[in-house]
Design a protein around this ligand. Sequence first.
Ligand code: ZN
Length: 409
Amino acid sequence: MVFVKKMSLRRVSLWTRDTPFCFNGRRGMKTGRRLFCAAMLWFFSSTLGAGAPQTPTVRVAIVRDVEELTLSVGGTYEIAAVSGEKKLHRGRHLAACKVTATSQGIRIHQTVFETASLRISARKKAAIVLNRRPYRGDIIIRRTPGGLLTAVNVLDIESYVKGVLVREISHKWPIDAIKAQAVATRTYALYQKEICKNRDYDLTADTSSQVYGGFSSEKSKTNRAVNFTAGEALLYRGKVFPAYFHATCGGSTERASELWKIDIEPLAGGRLCSFCTSSPHYYWTASVDFKNIRKKLGRLYTLKGELKNILVAERNPSGRVRSVELKDDQGASMVVSAKDFRQAQGPDVVRSANFTIAVEGPKVIFAGKGWGHGVGLCQWGAFGMSRKGYSYREILEFYYPGASIEKIY
Ligand SMILES: [Zn+2]
């Protein structure tokens, strides 16, 4: 089944709505009317347009709790205290130098700034290079109470999404799969921004939120997908939600409430996905010996004897394992949730909770389907759908049922 449906984007800005009203198809307008229209345009753009929502910024923790950073700036820059924004230093070019925490504050090269946090801004885009990686936007460096350093990249969300896409999916994928990922990534970041208002940052740069690589991770094709969908986010009942995504669902998506304290229609799972069968992660096996499993369980393991057997204790409606039963050599047993079990063994070892267990001597063989938690967008499914001609909107509507795609700024 192949179909492509073109939908027009609903634009909310008054500027874009009013522009065609004046000029569309009106060739040969008299100068007076042209001037009138120009004046009206200026009025709308300068009064109503001034109230239009700005592109939000996000704060991404790119380095956490380290003793030392390397910093350079290729152009005019400014260093200010974060509290009060007091300017502390202005320079034209900063050659690569070390940044360390001192008892008085933060040392950059030879200069000690007596403050617990600094904001570095550059005139040119992506001129700030931290640990050899260029970043758009500003960098905030904080001294932690323990005397270590944390660096946070503050940048507009569109640039952030550009720095995420290649790290999450391939830029060689069809453009609609990339656009779908761009909208999901943007929505997830907007949600994190909402809930992290009282923290020092909204997102981390690793897999615990979304993998972000800064300016050097950008590719022209993924940037095009970001620009095309600029400002578009997934909303449910008028609000952004954590638009989770994963590599491969392996046949059906998971209900978010199986893993987290959220239960809304777009994340209710149960989507039968036949689009990710070409994923290299569709089937997987892992062979781990009992001793290793016991060691990785750490404090989760409360049995007195040695681990001797593992069984599936319960499955949820998506077919995934909800909990596993562990048995020791003294006849005692305990139950661990599949979520905790996967986390302990390594989510890259036990790649999904959709597995069967077989015991072969000292080894346990896990044979499963899919990679990741299975909630929300299936990335390889998006790839499969776009190959079949579905648009990014159709992809998002399939994986987040009940959500609407809106241009919110
Ligand atoms: Zn899938």
